[in-house]
Design a protein around this ligand. Structure first.
Ligand SMILES: Nc1nc2c(c(=O)[nH]1)N[C@H]1C(S)=C(S)[C@@H](COP(=O)(O)OP(=O)(O)OC[C@H]3O[C@@H](n4cnc5c(N)ncnc54)[C@H](O)[C@@H]3O)O[C@H]1N2
Ligand code: MOO
Length: 441
């Protein structure tokens, strides 16, 4: 296993002449992207959202010393016998404190209070004995096992101390945080607003799912793939349908889309006779960046701010639209909804096959990452054409092959961007569960 050997296979000159590097495009997009304001939501609605305030504890948790075991609260002085089996101590049981009740008595010399897990420790007691280490009647308890002083007591504030910042602004709320918000009696919290993202597909060849469509039409799938990706990134998608290939139709639909925070178009950004995206962006007053990006798939891409809103013109090829969304739109949505980091988790993995390319573009291969004997391994999903959407269906990661790299060989270490949070499977499990290479449907 070794890192991709750069020396032998990297060309001396930057071969991306005329092409914009993805890193530069990402910088421009993120600089133009605002973080949205705050809104107040209930605990469960906060799940997955980014916290817009520091959560400071207004009381200790636990609020009082309490028992970690079902048993007897005692004074340690009373039970520190020399030989517990031969000389067990007998204490008088003066009260029974179930969870949810406060003790009313204090434990004096020779006394014990029966106590349940979570119940407050009575005055006078400093140690709890587990019920199974005793013999007991309703009125008395015989102690056969000495315990160190303080055993089985959970001290007040061991979890949370009043005045401490417990969950910091900028945290994405997970289930543990939701539980903590409840402990701290925060029924409602401030989170960052989610951007509304208008999605528009362009092209006379397209028909929507609910239309009758003839043989020359293809189904508008990009709107759904992009809408799902928006949702996954924490945005709120709404579909504007299809704009026909005229500047007027495009302009009208785009104007409607500008009521949202972000407008994402797909198609019509390349060199075709009916590719009007660029012109209409300009007409609507966009401060425009039209890029030929140094990536594959996803070379042609328009980005601009129109009337203060972010507008992206993604390439129409289905895989290209998804990959460019991943690299440029997703980070913008994450920034808008309050995230502080915008990338997918990265893993270094050993590639299982060879791949070669020119050194003018960074490639994002759709990959399957598995874990064998503690080592991450990755292979491509197969054919990588930008119209082959099954490459996204099969993928759980994108294999990132840098611009400068001309060739990777089996055994090389590559960086992959994780698309799925699923537990890692072995190759055999993956093949079995996805049906790839087996008969499925
Ligand atoms: N002369 C050139 N032609 C092309 C170039 C180029 O540089 N010079 N670039 C190629 C590359 S790379 C890409 S990517 C595409 C991008 O083109 P457009 O953004 O203009 O996309 P369209 O031409 O409208 O469509 C391309 C392809 O994708 C299908 N498509 C489009 N929209 C959808 C949708 N909503 N759902 C499903 N499929 C969609 C469309 O039918 C085409 O097959 O341009 C190359 N050409
Ligand atoms: O950039 Mo296109 O996306 O190569 O097919």
């Amino acid at each position: 296993m070794h890192h991709i050997e750069m020396g032998a296979i990297v060309k001396a000159n930057d071969a991306t002449d005329g092409l914009t590097r993805l890193e530069e495009a990402q910088r421009i997009v993120l600089e133009a992207t605002p973080t949205l304001g705050l809104e107040k939501v209930s605990i469960l609605d906060a799940l997955g959202r980014v916290l817009g305030e520091d959560i400071v504890a207004e009381r200790d948790n636990p609020p009082w010393n309490n028992s970690a075991m079902d048993g007897f609260a005692v004074r340690w002085e009373d039970i520190k016998q020399e030989h517990a089996i031969e000389k067990p101590v007998t204490l008088k049981v003066i009260e029974d404190v179930p969870a949810g009740k406060m003790p009313t008595k204090s434990v004096g010399p020779g006394q014990a209070i029966r106590i349940m897990t979570g119940a407050p420790i009575p005055q006078g007691a400093d140690t709890v004995l587990k019920v199974e280490d005793t013999e007991h009647t309703p009125d008395s308890v015989r102690v056969f096992k000495p315990e160190p002083r303080g055993s089985n007591i959970r001290p007040q504030g061991e979890d949370v101390k009043k005045g401490e910042c417990i969950i910091a602004k900028g945290t994405q709320i997970r289930p543990g945080d939701a539980g903590m918000l409840a402990i701290l009696a925060k029924s409602f919290v401030f989170v960052y607003q989610r951007p509304r993202v208008a999605i528009l597909s362009t092209g006379d060849e397209l028909a929507d799912l609910d239309e009758r469509f003839s043989e020359e039409k293809i189904i508008n799938s990009n709107s759904y793939g992009i809408a799902a990706a928006v949702q996954e990134a924490g945005g709120i998608p709404f579909l504007l349908g299809i704009a026909r290939d005229t500047p007027e139709a495009l302009k009208e639909k785009m104007s409607h889309g500008l009521t949202a925070d972000v407008l994402v178009l797909s198609g019509g950004v390349s060199m075709g006779d009916y590719d009007f995206t660029k012109a209409v962006f300009r007409e609507l007053g966009a401060e425009m960046n039209f890029w030929k990006l140094a990536i594959r798939p996803g070379q042609p891409l328009a980005f601009g701010k129109i009337q203060g809103k972010l507008a992206f013109g993604l390439p129409g090829n289905p895989v290209s639209s998804m990959v460019t969304f991943e690299q440029l739109v997703r980070p913008a949505i994450l920034k808008m909804n309050g995230h502080r980091t915008y990338g997918r988790p990265l893993v270094q993995a050993v590639i299982q096959e060879k791949f070669s390319k020119r050194t003018d573009r960074r490639h994002f291969l759709r990959g399957v990452l598995t874990r064998e004997d503690g080592v991450f391994k990755v292979r491509t999903t197969g054919a990588q054409g930008s119209g082959i959407l099954t490459s996204m269906v099969k993928a759980n990661c994108l294999i990132d092959i840098p611009v400068e790299v001309e060739r990777v060989n089996p055994g090389d270490l590559v960086t992959v961007q994780l698309l799925s949070g699923e537990a890692w499977k072995t190759q055999a499990e993956h093949t079995h569960s996805t049906g790839h290479k087996t008969s499925c449907c």
